[in-house]
Design a protein. Structure first.
Length: 669
């Protein structure tokens, strides 16, 4: 209580302009000094500074900068204040939830293999072709677990002979739903009645997990008897992710590429009668409502690399907030409540963002005064608010993302999803017609075309017109009102910079996802039908239809049987294959059907990423403005200069002054 009273007194005290500048400058200097030190306590100090400064700014905005009476100035000014309050609450929720991150490592399995539980692996094949299923199913068959305690099942919504052939080739069991359906939860419910494993692993066919996935996650179920589900990034059975929470909370609402269930918990929570297009949220919420725990662990497949959710609906977060209200679930913990609320705030962030982009235009084009304050007083309150917010958020998010580029990207998306967001806010059920494309569909050549960006171009045009009108007004009026126009011109200029950056990414390249994304060039040796051997390199491993690059052209008939040796480290793996076509020094072959299971096992071993794959995956620093090799070089150069300036003696000791004097004398003689 005493702390709250002290906080209220600090926030509500009225300071003059000079006093406000002095206090704000002191707090900014202290914050810049404190941010140099690591630790939770220093982060809390920065958070308190930001909370105090932001609270003082918002109180000043609502009490002293709004117009008197119910006028258009008051209405638009209040909307701007509400948008700023929304942004402050959003930042506060992210900060509170991320202050104490949960550290969860893998729990090792016991040494006695006989005590390990039995596991059924479900690979969902809905909407995928047999060619796309084959490599991923082969990698699922290579999961490291005692062979007598694991069974692989391919689940399909329709009985297909080609998928059944893939299952037979890799030694899996093919289960098709008795009635044709694309409802994955119904298919899983049907498979539960046909299997008996203690744990159920559900894998999306479009994603891969490492071969050691089971060894790293099953141990948690032995430690926590009430743990019902453990997941990795991106899975269709849980709601789609927000961008900043993967390693900071219990992860109860993260999409995952692979998830592990306790059979008893899944059987209790699943309900085929309520299965619908939104099966993901009810299942995740029902598990928690039944008292089962849901955990997250930071390993996963290729979907985590591109930051793409599985099959989210634009209505997802609205449904959680308005249909399945998160705060009505008493089983939810505090961090899970904050996680749900953060996703809700992030979903509706489009509205305040567009208010920020159009607010200066209202003054420059129509003369509506949104902020009744002098520019120097506005700067004294607003600048510390922005500086402290940037300091504390960069401390938390800085190692993982560059906030400016994320804001530019979200600015484009804000204009693009304005109409769907509005429809979902008015009537949640309308969101069913506004779904993103499914995994089985090919992406368009351009995800955002110029036609789709018309709302964004309209906002850009408004800001450009406002800037032009402001410049004309600035040149044709008296100098006494310059200080009233300049803040809005500066604001409009910043908006144009961000909107121009968004315009540069309005077009995106084609995303082709019909075949596996991973490939490797492996050294190989091919033995031709007439006995000749030749070294070569694979061009598209691990495809079953291999392309071999030969050092020179050969003549081989189509359909001829050959022997292909692939080399991994110091080991040789021999496979039989048939020649499909031959073009100059390129040979196209197909692995024999009887050896595809061994071939898929080799592919899984070669391409599987271990638990440390995010540390070296290419492109993980793509959101940094300055490449790492340039920034490290600049830091090294500055360090050397400062070291020389503070201790030049260690560099001068290697210079012999007598030799320089002797050289100087000879030169003068």
């Amino acid at each position: 209580m005493a702390c709250l009273m002290l906080f209220g007194a600090i926030v509500s005290v009225d300071l003059s302009l000079n006093s406000q500048i002095v206090v704000s400058s002191i707090l900014v200097c202290v914050a810049l000094y404190v941010r140099r030190y690591a630790g939770l306590m220093m982060t809390l100090v920065l958070a308190i500074f930001s909370l105090v400064v932001t609270s003082r700014y918002l109180l000043w905005r609502f009490t002293q900068t709004l117009a008197d009476g119910l006028t258009i100035d008051f209405a638009l000014g209040f909307c701007l204040c509400a948008a700023e309050l929304y942004l402050a609450l959003f930042a506060a929720i992210r900060l509170i939830r991320a202050i104490w991150p949960i550290r969860r490592d893998a729990v090792p399995m016991p040494a006695d293999l006989a005590s390990w539980p039995t596991i059924d692996v479900f690979v969902l094949c809905h909407g995928q072709s047999a060619a796309a299923i084959e490599p991923h199913a082969g990698k699922a068959a290579a999961l490291e677990w005692p062979r007598k305690k694991i069974k692989l099942y391919l689940l399909d919504g329709d009985d297909r002979d080609d998928v059944k052939a893939v299952a037979d080739a890799i030694g899996a069991v093919y289960l098709a739903a008795p009635v044709e359906t694309q409802d994955r939860l119904s298919t899983i419910a049907f498979a539960l009645s046909k299997t008996s494993g203690e744990f159920i692993t559900v894998l999306d066919c479009a994603h891969d997990c490492g071969t050691g996935f089971l060894k790293s996650v099953v141990g948690w179920f032995a430690r926590d008897a009430r743990l019902g589900m453990l997941q990795t990034p991106y899975h269709f059975l849980v709601p789609p992710p927000t961008a900043t929470s993967l390693r900071l909370s219990n992860g109860s609402d993260r999409d995952a590429s692979c998830a592990l269930f306790r059979r008893s918990a899944l059987a209790e929570a699943i309900d085929t009668e309520t299965a619908n297009d939104r099966i993901n949220q009810p299942l995740a919420l029902k598990l928690r409502a039944l008292g089962y725990g849901i955990a997250y662990i930071g390993t996963g497949g290729d979907a985590a690399a591109d930051g793409r959710p599985g099959e989210p609906s634009l209505a997802t977060n609205t449904d959680i907030f308005r249909v399945d209200h998160p705060f009505s679930r008493m089983a939810l913990r505090a961090k899970q409540w904050l996680l749900e609320l953060e996703g809700m705030f992030n979903f509706y962030y489009v509205f305040p963002r567009l208010i920020f982009y159009t607010a200066p235009v209202a003054y420059l084009l129509t003369g509506v005064t949104l902020i009744r304050s002098s520019p120097d007083l506005l700067a004294a309150y607003a600048l510390p608010h922005f500086i402290h917010g940037h300091i504390v958020l960069s401390r938390i998010q800085g190692p993982h993302r560059f906030g400016l580029l994320a804001d530019i990207r979200e600015s484009l998306l804000a204009c693009y999803i304005l109409v769907p967001t509005t429809l979902n806010l008015i009537r949640t059920r309308l969101g069913k017609a506004l779904r993103l494309r499914s995994d089985s569909q090919d992406a368009k050549a351009e995800v955002f075309s110029w036609t789709d960006a018309i709302p964004f171009l309209a906002v850009f045009t408004l800001n450009l017109a406002g800037l032009g009108a402001g410049l004309v007004y600035l040149l044709t009026t008296e100098a006494s009102i310059y200080e009233a126009i300049l803040p809005y011109l500066l604001w409009c200029g910043v908006n144009l910079m961000l909107l121009t950056s968004s315009l540069a990414v309005a077009e995106e390249a084609r995303e082709i996802r019909r075949h596996t994304r991973l490939s490797s060039a492996m050294h190989a040796m091919v033995r031709l039908p007439y006995g000749r051997t030749m070294s070569c390199v694979t061009a598209n491993f691990p495809d079953v239809a291999l392309t071999l690059k030969l050092p020179k052209a050969v003549t081989v008939e189509a359909g001829a049987a050959i022997s292909l040796s692939l080399f991994q480290g110091h080991q040789e793996f021999i496979f039989l294959a048939q020649v499909v076509t031959q073009e100059n020094n390129t040979l196209h072959v197909k692995i024999d059907d009887q050896m595809q299971q061994q071939y898929n096992a080799l592919a899984a071993g070669v391409l599987s990423r271990g638990d440390d794959w995010p540390k070296w995956l290419a492109g993980r620093h793509a959101d940094q403005l300055v490449p790492a090799w340039i920034s490290k070089g600049l830091v090294s150069a500055l360090t050397a200069v400062l070291d020389f300036a503070t201790n030049p003696g260690q560099y001068m000791s290697s210079i012999r002054k007598d030799e320089w004097i002797r050289f100087w004398k000879k030169r003068n003689d």
